[in-house]
Design a protein around this ligand. Structure first.
Ligand code: HEM
Length: 578
């Protein structure tokens, strides 16, 4: 124990030097200091907690907080740490990392122009090929490339462009509904798998104008692409955590993983061929992809470049939308009073199936924008079960003072969204599922009386100037299907920052926020409305009720159910479903 401690002390001192006058100890160093009674009570508590999470300690000496940071329950650990302070210092191997879990400080960090968390993942996938995901702050050429691609691709997600594929999307949802009907009343279905197929087909529709993998047959069989995608992505995540494992090619399992990754790349090459062959409409995502030009040459992207961009959309869109749909439907099933309100809203629009009206009106684009309550339900699900739980990463382009700490230029700062969505300083009753909290048009933002909390010595109270918001970066994000766009800010304060602080960040914030959020919102709303219009939902007893639901999430890039999400679906046209 003592040898281990002295080693970790040395490492912590090195971090101390790296970080200028701020102190960032690793878990073991914190543990020692806490045991000696150093620091304030909350700091000691934090230290002991973090030590506990990092066991077994022998390995923690070398790896620092890697295990806890990459653990499938890391969202809960991050949340526990966030209660102890808004800035936490961690060490991933030799790399110091600062975690920020306060909405106001998060704004300062996310406004930083540099680098994003997913950079590494895409770089691993594509052997450092440039893409929308591989913007490197230290390379002007990739940064230039990134900006040009983002500008060119964003209009594909404008609502007016997405609207063109709505009819086919709605037909897709009808097929999924038919499948559940045919399965028979009272049977449980795995909504996680069905949502996966729906999402995959929705992205395919946006890119190719057709559902690539078909929508017939058994919707509870994982799409072929997902079976290739999932093991490959798991390997990418493992390599992101411990880069050198990729070199252990003498181990058969490593060779197997590398070949799975190659298979995924080949799949994307095949898709690219298909895209060229199907001659997509210019307004579609596929049309926009084929029209992309490289700012360095002014020429259309090469096949290699295009393949990396296309892969980005499946990477970014598949896992995320699948989990968000699954959590929302499960939470609706677990809250009968919410389900009742969703049903009433659908009934008022003539969209609800009943024994007297077994074939209700089809969902139209117009009706979609009238589903106010359902939109709030989706938002509240995204807050409670934040899919992008681990949030985003930035590398500081200049030194800055954050929460009382002086952070040097180049420091990596991690902003996990799950703790921000669960922080009692930001939300009333953060652990409860309360869609009506979004009744207030300003609910995406911190109430003014919660700004500049006492534990932020450098925080300046912001002017309480305005409640109005105007869309910013409109050409980069397009209009939003949700009234409060994730990218709309209030007017600026004297430092040029928006004077309201966003506390609701399912799609991140600022210039690197989710470019596909309108497609995600359209897919979620359409599918969830179709399911709720046709079925009364209940959690299968195997899920263990609401408590079981809260426990069944695991982070594997996104926060998703550990396995199947079983829901009992009672057809509304046959029986009185809730
Ligand atoms: C509910 C579903 C979704 C969620 C919760 C989600 C969340 C996010 C978040 C949090 C980021 C920012 C990452 C960062 O700051 O580092 C992001 C980026 C991105 N998302 Fe999404 N996303 C979803 C669906 C989609 C879809 C359907 C697509 C497209 C098909 C998409 C494409 C992208 C792309 C390309 C980026 C990178 C943008 C950039 O770096 O400029 N996402 N997403």
């Amino acid at each position: 124990m003592s040898a281990r401690c002295s080693k970790s002390r040395l490492q912590s001192r090195l971090l101390l030097v790296n970080q200028g006058d701020a102190y960032f100890g690793n878990a073991i160093e914190c543990h020692l200091r806490a045991k000696k009674g150093e620091g304030s009570r909350p700091q000691r508590h934090q230290a002991l907690c973090s030590y506990h999470f990092c066991r077994p300690g022998a390995f923690s000496s070398l790896a620092g907080d890697v295990f806890v940071h990459h653990h499938s329950s890391c969202h809960k650990t991050h949340t526990a740490w966030s209660r102890l302070g808004s800035v936490v210092g961690l060490r991933l191997g030799p790399i110091p990392l600062v975690m920020v879990t306060d909405a106001e400080l998060a704004r300062t960090v996310l406004d930083e122009p540099k680098s994003s968390a997913y950079t590494d993942l895409q770089a691993i996938y594509s052997n450092n090929k440039a893409s929308l995901f591989t913007n490197r702050h230290d390379s002007p050429s990739t940064s230039q490339y990134y900006k040009a691609i983002r500008r060119q691709i964003a209009p594909a997600f404008n609502t007016s462009n997405l609207k063109q594929s709505f009819g086919r999307l709605a037909a897709l949802m009808d097929s999924a509904v038919d499948y559940i009907h045919h399965k028979g009343s009272g049977q449980s279905v795995d909504i996680f798998t069905i949502a996966g197929r729906v999402t995959m087909n929705a992205i395919s529709l946006a890119i190719f104008g057709e559902d690539l993998k078909g929508n017939e047959g058994n919707w509870e069989v994982r799409p072929e692409y997902a079976c290739i995608f999932e093991p490959a992505m798991k390997w990418v995540l493992d390599v992101a955590a411990v880069a050198w494992i990729r070199n252990l090619t003498f181990i058969p399992a490593v060779r197997q993983k590398e070949s799975e990754l190659k298979q995924l790349q080949q799949e994307h090459v095949k898709m690219l061929k298909q895209l060229r062959a199907c001659n997509p409409l210019p307004a579609s995502l596929g049309g926009h992809l084929l029209a992309l030009t490289d700012p360095a040459t002014g020429q259309p992207l090469t096949d290699g470049q295009l393949e990396a961009e296309m892969a980005t959309f499946f990477f970014a869109g598949y896992d995320t939308s699948t989990s968000a749909i699954t959590w929302t439907l499960a939470l609706i099933a677990a809250h009968p009073e919410v389900q009742q309100q969703v049903a009433s809203e659908l009934a008022a629009l003539g969209l609800l199936a009943t024994p007297n009206q077994p074939s209700p009106k089809p969902l139209t684009w117009q009706a979609l924008s009238n589903l106010d309550y359902l939109r709030k339900v989706i938002k509240e699900s995204q807050r409670l079960q934040t899919v992008a739980a681990t949030g985003s990463m930035r590398t500081l382009s200049k030194s800055m003072r954050l929460g009382g700490y002086e952070l040097a230029e180049g420091t990596m700062v991690h902003v996990p969204f799950y703790p921000i969505h669960h922080h009692p300083d930001a939300w009333d009753r953060p652990e409860d599922f309360l869609p009506e909290r979004f009744d207030d048009a300003g609910a995406d933002f911190l109430p003014l009386n919660r700004l500049a909390a006492a534990d932020r010595p450098d925080a300046q109270p912001l002017p309480q100037s305005t409640q109005s918001r105007t869309a910013e970066d409109g050409d980069l994000h397009g209009g939003s299907l949700f009234q409060e766009s994730s990218n709309s800010h209030s007017q600026k304060d004297t430092a040029g920052r928006p004077s309201q602080v966003r506390r609701f960040l399912p799609f991140s914030y600022g210039h690197r926020s989710c470019v596909g959020q309108n497609l995600a919102n359209m897919t979620m709303l359409t599918f969830i409305a179709a399911i709720c219009a046709n079925f009364g939902l209940a959690l299968d007893p195997q899920m263990g009720g609401l408590e079981g639901l809260k426990e069944c999430g695991a982070v594997a890039l996104t926060l998703q159910p550990k396995s199947a999400m079983l829901l009992q679906c009672t057809p509304r046209k046959h029986a009185a479903a809730s």
